[in-house]
Write a protein that binds this ligand. Structure first.
Ligand SMILES: Nc1nc2c(c(=O)[nH]1)N[C@H]1C(S)=C(S)[C@@H](COP(=O)(O)O)O[C@H]1N2
Ligand SMILES: [Mo]
Length: 203
C-alpha cells in the first residue's frame, strides 16, 4: 500500500483534524479578546435586547423576559481569526428561532447588524444569523458567562470566525443591504468563513 501520510493516523485523529480550519492552532484555554472595556451591570432592570430595522413592529425584550425564554444546549468549535481554536464548547442559550417569534420580518430584510454594548457592531447575512446552529448564549461549559466573555448575553455563530459572535449583545438590526460592522470597517472580512480563511480584506 502506498503511504499517503495518513495511514498512521486513526479515524479519530483525522476527524479531529478536519474540524480545524487552515492556519488555526488548538488551545485549551479560553482567551479574552475585544475592543474597549468590559461592561459591568449593576441594574439588570436597565438591560434589554432590541429587535429593530426591517421588521413590521420593533420588539424590546427585557432581562426578566429573556430569562423566561426556553433554553437549549448548543455545541461549537471556536475559531478566532487571530489563529486560536477552542473545540467542543458546550453552551446554553436561546435559539434564534425563539427570538424571531417576537418580530415579523419585512421581505426586504437580507442582512443583520448585531449591536453590542458601547456601540460595537458586526454584520452577517440573514441566513447565517437564522441558521439553526446560531444562538444567544447565557452559559458556557456549565458556568454563567463571565463579564469578560459577554455576560449576560452573547451571540454565537458557530460557522463563522468568532468575531461575528458579539459579546454583550443589545440589539439585532435587520437591513436590506450589507454594511460593515466595527472590525469589518477596520479590515476584517465581510463574511469570515474560517474554512475558506476569510480573515482580512484590505482591498
Ligand atoms: N461586543 C464585542 N463583542 C466581540 C468583540 C468585541 O470587541 N466587542 N470581539 C470579537 C472577537 S474579535 C472575538 S475573537 C471574540 C472573543 O470572545 P471571547 O473573549 O469570549 O473569547 O469576541 C467577539 N465579540
Ligand atoms: Mo477576534
Amino acid at each position: 500500500m502506498v503511504n499517503n501520510g495518513t495511514d498512521s493516523k486513526s479515524k479519530e485523529e483525522r476527524d479531529l483534524a478536519s474540524r480545524i480550519p487552515p492556519g488555526q492552532r488548538v488551545t485549551e484555554g479560553f482567551p479574552v479578546l475585544h475592543h474597549g472595556s468590559v461592561p459591568y451591570y449593576n441594574d439588570m432592570g436597565k438591560w434589554n435586547l432590541r429587535l429593530f430595522g426591517l421588521v413590521e413592529e420593533e420588539a424590546v425584550i427585557t432581562y426578566s423576559e429573556f430569562l423566561k425564554l426556553p433554553k437549549q444546549e448548543f455545541g461549537n468549535d471556536i475559531h478566532c481569526v487571530t489563529t486560536w481554536s477552542k473545540l467542543d464548547n458546550v453552551w446554553e442559550g436561546v435559539a434564534v428561532a425563539t427570538i424571531m417569534e417576537k418580530v415579523k420580518l419585512k421581505p426586504e430584510a437580507k442582512y443583520v447588524m448585531l449591536h453590542a454594548e458601547h456601540g460595537w457592531t458586526t454584520n452577517l447575512p440573514i441566513e447565517d444569523f437564522l441558521r439553526e446552529t446560531s444562538f444567544l448564549a447565557m452559559r458556557h461549559n456549565g458556568e454563567l458567562l463571565t463579564p469578560e466573555h459577554g455576560y449576560p448575553v452573547r451571540m454565537v455563530v458557530p460557522h463563522l470566525y468568532f468575531w461575528k459572535s458579539a459579546k454583550w449583545l443589545r440589539g439585532i438590526e435587520f437591513m436590506a443591504a450589507d454594511k460593515p460592522g466595527f472590525w469589518e470597517r477596520n479590515g476584517y472580512h465581510m463574511y469570515g468563513d474560517p474554512f475558506a480563511e476569510q480573515r482580512y480584506d484590505f482591498d
